[in-house]
Write a protein that binds this ligand. Structure first.
Ligand code: HEC
Ligand code: HEC
Ligand code: HEC
Ligand code: HEC
Ligand code: HEC
Ligand code: HEC
Ligand code: HEC
Length: 461
């Protein structure tokens, strides 16, 4: 597979280029336009219902880079007065989400979980916590040479908008299978003439975590014969009070409607992924001294009931909670590597450490941070990580630019950290195949340059 040029795809790509590019003969070659988009995370967890508690809300972030070829070096395009980049989460239509009971649970409970937030925008469409809708325009960030849309409320699709073959993810609650790998269609337009200059697709993952896989059984072990998610929450709250905090979280009623919940765990357990630097707390209750990542990982890795009755290997079985559920969100190039160091198929624990190592290294004291998340440079040399560093949430890889003059995001050429090209999911490879005729990271120089080389190589990092 690797490094073999798929001729038919190359031909298709150049035909597209001729059709799409403004055919001005420049000094070095015809002008054409390219756009590449990536989801920030190769994996994103969402909950299956929101009337009891929320771990993480629907929230996906897309980035895109666009450039013009024709001269020796590509010109990165970020001038929002001249260009528009649109995005569209293809499977998530307004109608499909209106017919989805889990999404409707979000619509009902989101204003209780996030007071002041309206899950419908003024135009009647669904919107995420930042106001981003399922389709719209991306925002240019000239400093970073990229475009971005933050907080799209993408949700695993069970409607007829996904094919049966795409609906690979099982539902721990027993509902219909769903498509966790949604498609974002991303298009670059000339703003003045509204001409389509280039288009691409990328995968937007949104998948269910696995808590219910165990917790319905935990509820059974406490006497519920046919437990509902609410029963499971009641047991969880009882345990939370009995074992560690004196707080029965299943009795908190933040919206005061007389029915307990919905609660947000990160209200008391700091979670930087929620955009907060202190846990805001609920009136009348203490906040935890521990981060959310810390309590969840440490409690389960060290709890004797978990280790004895549920999974003695939980410290290595990340899919117990991370999706999982047949979505198997870690699917990148490393899944199939058996050479190098380590000389076996690389698993989560090779990059992150297992849960006991993560605890011992204090990783969860600073979760979601470049100080604790893995780096490519731990195993590879001369990666260029840290170049054109953006900073903020997440690690060094997602926030770095590489190649000469640090103008291209690592993820533009390589894809998301858990779906690195070539990925085992065909949809992850589609955009690189369209650009350069093969699924590897972008390495055909003339995808961007003109007159450098039309064969595949490793661009200087
Ligand atoms: C491998 C099975 C398993 C998975 C997966 C799992 N849990 Fe648990 N969890 C347990 C068991 C077992 C207990 C303790 C039961 C007991 O003490 O009898 C527990 C306890 C808890 C508690 C009580 C903590 C306390 O202070 O006593 C909470 C809260 C909790 N789990 C939340 C979650 C959430 C949220 C997820 C998903 C992100 C999850 N669990 C995934 C098995 C699991
Ligand atoms: C009202 C505040 C509050 C809420 C809401 C809350 N917790 Fe806690 N939690 C605490 C406190 C306080 C502790 C005790 C540990 C401490 O002092 O930090 C704790 C302890 C825990 C522990 C045991 C940690 C340990 O090391 O002993 C787990 C696991 C846990 N919480 C999970 C959750 C989950 C999952 C949710 C959401 C479903 C949640 N908590 C919601 C306040 C809260
Ligand atoms: C008991 C359930 C559970 C298990 C098992 C689990 N995770 Fe998590 N993990 C979660 C939840 C829930 C979150 C989201 C927490 C948050 O929002 O901060 C999370 C977040 C993370 C994060 C981001 C936050 C941080 O700490 O930087 C990393 C990295 C991570 N998990 C790695 C792993 C790895 C690696 C494994 C297996 C070795 C694993 N997890 C096993 C539940 C689990
Ligand atoms: C735990 C160690 C480890 C980490 C961390 C790691 N890799 Fe790798 N990577 C490997 C191994 C081992 C191979 C296979 C090398 C071989 O076959 O000789 C590999 C191969 C690759 C390849 C294929 C290159 C080739 O010559 O076959 C690419 C591309 C790659 N990694 C990119 C990355 C990126 C990007 C990151 C960071 C997001 C990263 N790697 C993080 C261990 C790692
Ligand atoms: C090849 C190495 C590698 C493997 C294997 C890997 N990760 Fe990661 N993971 C990373 C890197 C690198 C980051 C930091 C990306 C960034 O933000 O720069 C990361 C980040 C994360 C995050 C935080 C969100 C994010 O993307 O920043 C979570 C959660 C996570 N990994 C969980 C897992 C789980 C669970 C598995 C296995 C199912 C896994 N990872 C396998 C390298 C790896
Ligand atoms: C212009 C596209 C491009 C950019 C930008 C880019 N890479 Fe690469 N990278 C490649 C190609 C192509 C390869 C060769 C892969 C192969 O051998 O199949 C590669 C190889 C790698 C490897 C594999 C080990 C090696 O040295 O061969 C790592 C690790 C890596 N890149 C990390 C990064 C990181 C980190 C960044 C951002 C700082 C980055 N790359 C930016 C295209 C790029
Ligand atoms: C994804 C797009 C992309 C790919 C693929 C790419 N480059 Fe580049 N390259 C750039 C950008 C952007 C610049 C910076 C131009 C600037 O500074 O304005 C650059 C600059 C350079 C420079 C420094 C300026 C110059 O022209 O001397 C060199 C050398 C270079 N690239 C070599 C390569 C080689 C060799 C390959 C193929 C193995 C390659 N590039 C593939 C985007 C790319």
């Amino acid at each position: 597979m690797k490094k073999r040029i798929a001729v038919s795809c190359l031909a298709a790509a150049s035909a597209m280029l001729l059709a799409g590019g403004a055919a001005n003969a420049g000094k070095s070659g015809p002008i054409s336009y390219k756009v590449v988009a990536t989801n920030d995370l190769g994996m994103h967890c969402v909950c299956m219902g929101f009337d009891t508690f929320v771990l993480l809300p629907p929230f996906n972030t897309l980035r895109a880079q666009a450039w013009q070829t024709g001269a020796a070096d590509p010109v990165i395009l970020t001038d929002a007065t001249k260009y528009t980049i649109t995005y569209d989460i293809v499977q998530n239509t307004e109608a499909s989400l209106a017919a989805d009971p889990y999404y409707q649970s979000w619509v009902t409970n989101a204003p209780k979980l996030f007071p002041g937030f309206n899950p419908k925008a003024a135009n009647g469409n669904y919107q995420g916590l930042t106001g981003s809708q399922l389709r719209g325009n991306m925002t240019a960030n000239a400093t970073q040479g990229m475009w971005e849309v933050v907080g799209v409320p993408a949700y695993p699709d069970m409607s007829s908008n996904s094919t049966t073959a795409q609906k690979i993810m099982t539902d721990p609650l027993g509902g219909p299978n769903r498509n966790p790998y949604l498609t974002a269609s991303v298009k670059l337009y000339d703003k003045t003439t509204n001409t389509l200059l280039a288009s691409t697709t990328t995968v937007v993952p949104a998948a269910f975590g696995g808590c219910c896989g165990c917790h319905l059984n935990v509820a059974k072990s406490y006497g519920y014969a046919n437990p509902t998610p609410r029963d499971s929450f009641n047991v969880m709250g009882m345990l939370h009070a009995q074992n560690s905090s004196h707080i029965n979280i299943a009795t908190i009623d933040p919206d005061g409607d007389g029915i307990a919940g919905p609660i947000r765990c990160s209200q008391c357990h700091l979670d930087p992924a929620m955009g907060e630097s202190v846990a805001p707390g609920y009136p009348g209750y203490p906040v935890s001294q521990y981060t959310f990542s810390d309590v969840l990982h440490r409690w389960h890795a060290q709890n004797s009931v978990v280790l004895t009755n549920y999974d003695p290997n939980i410290a290595k079985d990340c899919y117990q909670c991370h999706p999982g559920n047949n979505a198997n969100c870690y699917r990148g190039a490393h899944t199939t590597h058996t050479t190098g160091t380590p000389a076996h198929n690389i698993w989560c624990t090779d990059c992150h450490g297992d849960l006991n190592q993560r605890i011992a290294q204090g990783q969860m004291l600073q979760p979601w941070s470049d100080t604790t998340l893995p780096k490519c440079g731990t195993c590879h040399t001369a990666t260029g990580e840290g170049g054109g560093y953006i900073g903020g949430l997440f690690g060094k890889y997602l926030n770095s630019h590489g190649h000469r003059n640090d103008k291209i995001l690592c993820s533009t050429c390589h894809g998301e950290p858990h779906a690195l090209n070539p990925s085992t999911l065909a949809a992850d490879n589609a955009e690189n195949i369209a650009l350069q005729g093969l699924a590897n990271p972008i390495g055909v120089c003339d995808t961007c340059h003109t007159g450098k080389s039309t064969s595949y190589g490793k661009p200087p990092h």
